[in-house]
Design a protein around this ligand. Structure first.
Ligand SMILES: *Cc1c(COP(=O)(O)O)cnc(C)c1O
Length: 341
């Protein structure tokens, strides 16, 4: 199979249309079989529930080429489960987990020419999503839905090397207690746009959100969970019901404990503790871990000891081990690597 002639190192993170996507429709209480299509356009009623009331959820994952030339995805069963949880919270029908993984497999196979080669640092980003598609004007869930999976090649996250970022404690909240912070819903992103544009305008890379009830506990950023390393090398991640359960974070905590023999803690993290940590990173599918060099909490500037030039040593070990597992260079725990035949 001939790869597309793309400049993998420089494609960046934008939408780049690929050949095929998977579409399945839900009508009269049942999903159809679904099919691949070359049609990248969606035609729906102007009054579709997704357009009026934001009834939509999504997932994000990657396909990439391992060192031995296999095309794989990472733990797609967890994306399937998380999408099920998201759908239930927004009164949407569940797309069966085995069919979800099958749809991912089909779309990646159909766009094999866009899966970047090993060593390029680029990946094929996969976006599964679902939305309420029929007209709804009185507030209620839609009766009809579309499940769709498209792919787009994306360039290396750390182009030109790793650069620790600067973040600020936000005065806006991301998620309410007992709200929707724990599901991957578009609505959580719509309401974060103002805060992220404002952060960028003020010279920060990201927002650190606190718990909305007390504004004393660290939650996450707009699209990535936190990992902290204490001065005695414990790996700590915040615990809260309004954090999105990142698959990358859960995998890194496992790697910390089982591969690196480090102590791990999932617990509440007080904002007052930030000054005591040795390292801080953001974790998510896009970067795996993005190191944080500085945290600004209003008048207080916290410089992480790992500095503004490189990843902290534990963060680096975590990053190297997980990416080594993903790329087939380190043996993976059972079920983590899904090979696309
Ligand atoms: C998707 C997402 C993450 C990262 O999750 P991964 O499964 O690791 O990609 C973290 N926080 C939020 C709010 C997200 O939407």
């Amino acid at each position: 199979m001939e790869k597309k002639n793309l400049d993998w190192a420089n494609i960046g993170f934008g939408y780049h249309k690929t050949d095929q996507r998977f579409v399945s429709n839900y009508k009269a209480g049942a999903w159809d079989n679904g099919t691949l299509t070359s049609d990248d356009m969606v035609t729906i009623s102007e009054c579709a529930c997704v357009l009026q009331y934001a009834q939509t959820v999504f997932e994000g994952m990657k396909a990439y080429t391992t060192e031995d030339g296999r095309i794989v995805t990472f733990r797609p069963d967890l994306n399937a489960q998380r999408m099920e949880d998201s759908c239930k919270r927004l009164q949407m029908p569940v797309y069966p987990k085995d069919k979800f993984v099958e749809a991912i497999t089909q779309v990646v196979q159909a766009n094999e020419a866009y899966v970047p080669p090993f060593g390029s640092g680029a990946t094929l980003y996969i976006r599964p999503f679902m939305f309420g598609s029929n007209a709804v004007i009185g507030v209620k869930p839609a009766d009809e839905y579309q499940f769709r999976v498209f792919t787009t090649p994306v360039g290396p996250y750390f182009k030109g090397g790793v650069k620790p970022i600067t973040i600020r404690v936000s005065d806006y909240d991301r998620a309410a207690p007992h709200g929707t912070g724990h599901i991957k819903a578009g609505l959580n992103y719509a309401m974060s746009l103002y805060a992220i544009v404002d952060a960028h305008n003020q010279g920060y890379d990201e927002n650190m959100y606190l718990d909305a009830a007390t504004r004393t506990k660290v939650e996450e950023t707009g699209g990535a969970n936190f990992l902290f390393v204490t001065k005695d090398n414990k790996v700590v991640t915040p615990k809260s019901d309004s954090i999105l359960p990142s698959i990358t974070r859960r995998s890194l905590m496992y790697v910390a404990k089982e591969y690196l023999g480090l102590q791990t803690e999932e617990r509440e993290v007080d904002v007052e503790e930030l000054k005591d940590f040795a390292e801080c990173g953001l974790c998510g599918t896009a970067a795996v871990i993005s190191p944080v060099g500085k945290i600004v909490n209003h008048n207080q500037e916290i410089l992480l000891p790992s500095g503004m030039n490189e990843m902290g040593p534990i963060t680096k070990k975590l990053y190297d081990t997980l990416t080594g597992i993903q790329m087939g260079q380190i043996e993976a725990p059972k079920g983590w690597i899904h090979v696309i035949e």
